[in-house]
Design a protein around this ligand. Structure first.
Ligand code: ADP
Ligand code: TRP
Length: 329
């Protein structure tokens, strides 16, 4: 049952263009969940700075992601949709949480270690990324945070930090959020069969079309079975991707063709291309319209920012009082 008193919050980092792994793993859930509570979704541009140092590009990605969400069906009337940087209370709370956070807690961070292993510079922002994320979540008294399984530890850090602030300064200052780990979402494979990710450059962009899209789809890695050989759909990357788009009937029809032989990977890839085009066709048209009015996008974010700031201020004010942080204006 829908319970609009429950606050749902999630964020997405604008460190690149969105791909279909992001869509099936996160965006689709965000859009559907606006029915289930008072939803806050934001574009985590401060987090993006830990890996992206190109001002023009960051601004572009931020507006692109806003456009993507709206084109994909997010209704800004049924949620609060905004940019992280429009809520200065987030960085303010982040500092306070940082003063309560033992270094040893952040040293347990697996995402930090992974990112450094991948070659990202080990800067303090990257190290304390989970503290900023905790502030993102706690500043709206969020109840439910829908995220992928890779964010589980960051959610535990958020709960931990809320507890530390409450223990030190007053029980009801922050609320303990519940993670909503979307386990049923399979990891979307990339064109090389590994997890689709912009860091592996194996992704298919949601808003790719025409030749670039065709090129990506045609380069999905398959085994070397010949056209006439029977094939196993369950181990095939093309089929795994088809599963995200095609109807049950169509899938079982294609699976039969795989097993029978005489159906090549080229046929399956054409099928996949058609499915992607159908699935995102309307969103592409909507996006083209939105591109014509960038001011509308900024206005939507502005209005979302106004609502988010009001909520954040109501949570921040008692924290300033309790911690003794004065403001003379
Ligand atoms: P990337 O790996 O491309 O950098 P992010 O880490 O920015 O993607 O992910 C943003 C959101 O999209 C997260 O909630 C993450 O769980 C989800 N996501 C990313 N890649 C996939 C994938 N291949 N399959 C399912 N979900 C994904
Ligand atoms: N760390 C998240 C990711 O990489 C993005 C994010 C930042 C976030 N702040 C958040 C997600 C708060 C949920 C809640 O996907």
């Amino acid at each position: 049952m829908s319970d609009k008193t429950k606050t749902i919050l999630s964020g997405i980092t604008p460190s690149g263009r969105l791909h279909i792994g992001n869509y099936f793993g996160a965006i689709r859930q965000h859009i559907n969940m606006t029915q289930e509570g008072d939803a806050f979704y934001f574009i985590a541009n401060y987090h993006a700075l830990t890996s992206l140092r190109d001002g023009e590009l960051l601004e572009q990605y931020t507006l692109d992601i806003a456009m993507d969400y709206l084109a994909l069906g997010l209704d800004p009337e049924s949620c609060t949709f905004f940019a992280q940087s429009d809520v200065p209370q987030v960085t303010e709370l982040s500092w306070i949480l940082g003063t309560l956070c033992p270094v040893s807690l952040m040293e347990k961070g697996v995402a930090y270690k992974d990112k450094v292993a991948q070659g990202l510079q080990p800067n303090i922002g990257l190290f304390t990324y989970p503290i900023l994320q905790a502030a993102d979540i706690l500043i709206y008294h969020s109840d439910v945070v829908p995220v992928g399984a890779d964010q589980k530890q960051n959610l535990e850090f958020s709960r931990d930090l809320a507890q530390k602030l409450n223990n030190q300064f007053g029980e009801d200052l922050l609320k303990q959020p519940e993670p909503h780990i979307v386990e049923e979402v399979a990891v979307v494979p990339g064109i090389d069969g590994r997890k689709m990710s912009k860091s592996y450059n194996n992704h298919i962009l949601i808003f790719d079309e025409g030749k670039p899209l065709k090129k990506k789809v045609m380069s999905v890695v398959t085994d070397s079975a010949e056209l006439e050989d029977p094939k196993d759909p369950d181990t095939c990357n093309v089929f795994k991707l088809l599963k995200l788009f095609a109807t049950k009937e169509k899938l079982s029809d294609i699976a039969d063709k795989y097993r029978a032989g005489g159906y090549g990977y080229g046929h399956a890839k054409k099928e996949l291309l058609g499915e992607i085009n159908d699935y995102f066709g309307e969103a592409r048209e909507r996006r083209k319209e939105l591109e014509k009015s960038p001011d509308t996008i900024r206005d939507i974010l502005k209005e979302g920012g106004r609502k988010a700031r009001a909520r954040a201020e109501s949570v921040m004010e008692p924290i300033r009082k309790a911690t003794g942080i004065i403001r003379t204006h």
